[in-house]
Design a protein around this ligand. Sequence first.
Ligand code: CA
Length: 247
Amino acid sequence: MTPAAPANALQPGMTAKPRLLIVEDEDAQAEMLRYNFSREGFDVLVAADGDEALLAVDEQQPDLVVLDWMLPGTSGIAVCQRLRARPATRSLPIIILTARSEENDRIRGLESGADDYVVKPFSPSELVARVRAVLRRARPALSEEKLVCGDITMDLVTHRVSRSGKRIHLGPTEYRLLRLFLERPYRVFTREQLLDQVWGRDIHVELRTVDVHIRRLRKALGTHGDDDVIRTVRGTGYALDVDEAAA
Ligand code: CA
């Protein structure tokens, strides 16, 4: 495959990379996928069975799951059905990997709620393209140049943020926080998830640092006297609630 840069490659330091969970029990296949998707700018997690996958979805909040059909223990279809049955993961994009001999399974896979399926053997570039296509549909924020939510606009090219047309000045951390909120409005993020996605998993930062930066973001978003749109969920974390504030 050609190592050309992806069309919608994310600029370094701009945002969290799209996070992909690969559920695959065959080590060689899992490593091949990890290698290819990492190189394409994804943050890649691997789970070797269904139970591990369900745990990883809860703890790591992937943007998309690539799910092998044939897994030991909890099957791919059972994982898919469980994710679809839970409100938090009802619309989490899922691509099923299936062998050519499992023709009927493919249909059952789509009936179980998968967004797409890819037949083994496949080329890594084909799977990358399918993943990008599903992500574009599910999470257009990853391929757009502008994020808009209520009266807040973020230009991802110039890094300008405005509210009701008036410029808002943000520090780099507040910018990344706001970007995450704008990509998934109304969703509640725990402090741990914010740390993980804005600061990165490898950096040690105190949880209360998140509160400090949320305060700065709140203050900046209120520069022109607009309502507070960051909702504090006591004991849990924060969410962006633009409509409530506008009501
Ligand atoms: Ca397998």
